[in-house]
Design a protein around this ligand. Structure first.
Ligand code: TRP
Length: 336
């Protein structure tokens, strides 16, 4: 059976852009029965970006609650926290020992951090670069190789990490025999890219996001803040360049979108359109938002789900790690 694996970073609050671009397709895919799927919280990875314990803890809870509230099928997929699988870290070390430093030197995220430092002649090129950031791709390779996953749905920004995982796996296989499956990135070119409040791509780094489970009042306020042009009511408007329209379209059916296009041609007023978008999104999100708030009140229940997922995942990782230990020469003394 084909094996797929989806890593979910546990930093930041999920926003509408994450939802339509990544979360929604992944949750739909969680119902597929023709593949074996692993879904996990990448909480070791979170430590690279965030050193505030309260925030790390909170984010794990919020992200897990978000995915559960939106209907992740945890009976069908194996859903766990990376930090509940000790084998991942041991494998990370084995992989670290066969990974060329030169390969890591080429990683985009690391290079971007160095380039930013170099722009300032007074700064050390490696200022603020931890070994966690530098070795991030090795940990990610371990996530994937541990479960012999061959198809990894990711955004374009992660494609290089997948190439590195393949390189690392091939190097290990060359040294120690064919233990790993070489993984492949699956990039969904149709995945919607949402624009944010200011008309640029919706992204945490631009501070222009609409959080997915914003309370009703705050959601309305944010939508009222979305930038539009200053065309008066009754003047025909162009949906193609309109953020309001694009957000609506990401959620609506083809028929609903066509009907709204018609209203743009008739010159719908911006105030009316914003109210319409608010009501539409609110209707779609209020039920999962309610479930989300309930789940936040039941952290023990979420923990239990994760622990059960970890037990299922370890049925694969524990024996495989024994095989890998043997492959590299670690087995009980006195045994052949
Ligand atoms: N690096 C990924 C991201 O930032 C998250 C991630 C960690 C991941 N481990 C993974 C994704 C393994 C896919 C497979 O989105």
């Amino acid at each position: 059976m084909e094996i797929t694996l989806t890593g979910i970073t546990t930093t930041g609050t999920p926003h509408l852009g994450n939802y339509v671009g990544a979360i929604l397709p992944a949750i739909e895919a969680s119902r597929r029965t023709d593949v074996r799927s692993f879904y996990f919280l990448a909480d070791y990875h979170a430590l690279v970006k965030c050193q505030d314990p309260a925030l790390v803890h909170r984010s794990r809870l919020e992200v897990a609650a978000t995915w559960l509230a939106l209907g992740l099928d945890v009976e069908n997929v194996i859903f766990y926290a990376q930090t509940d699988i000790p084998e991942i870290l041991e494998l990370t070390w084995m992989l670290t020992c066969v990974t060329a430093k030169g390969l890591m030197n080429r990683a985009h995220a690391y290079k971007a951090a160095v380039a930013e430092n170099m722009a300032d002649p007074d700064k050390d090129p490696d200022k603020g670069v931890t070994m966690g950031l530098f070795c991030y791709p090795i940990l990610m390779a371990a996530d994937i190789l541990m479960f012999k996953a061959s198809k990894i749905p990711v955004g374009k920004d992660q494609v290089q990490h997948l190439e590195m995982a393949r390189d690392i796996a091939a190097r290990f296989n060359y040294l120690y025999g064919e233990h790993f499956v070489l993984p492949e990135a699956v990039v969904d070119e149709r995945a919607a890219v949402l624009v944010g409040l200011d008309g640029r791509k919706m992204s945490k780094s631009y501070g222009n996001t609409i959080p997915l489970f914003e309370p009703e009042k705050a959601l309305r306020k944010l939508i009222m803040r979305i930038k539009t042009n200053s065309l008066p009511p009754e003047t025909p408007k162009d949906p193609a360049t309109c953020t309001l329209f694009q957000i609506y379209q990401a959620f609506a059916t083809v028929g609903e979108t066509a009907a709204l296009r018609e209203r743009y041609a008739q010159g719908i007023a911006w105030g009316e359109m914003k109210q319409l978008l608010f009501e539409y999104l609110n209707a779609r999100l209020s039920e999962p938002r309610q479930r989300y708030l309930e789940l936040l009140q039941e952290p023990d229940h979420i923990e239990q789900i994760l622990k059960r997922g970890a037990a299922r995942a370890r049925e694969y990782s524990a024996p495989f790690l024994q095989e890998l230990r043997r492959a590299v020469g670690i087995w009980p003394l006195g045994q052949g």
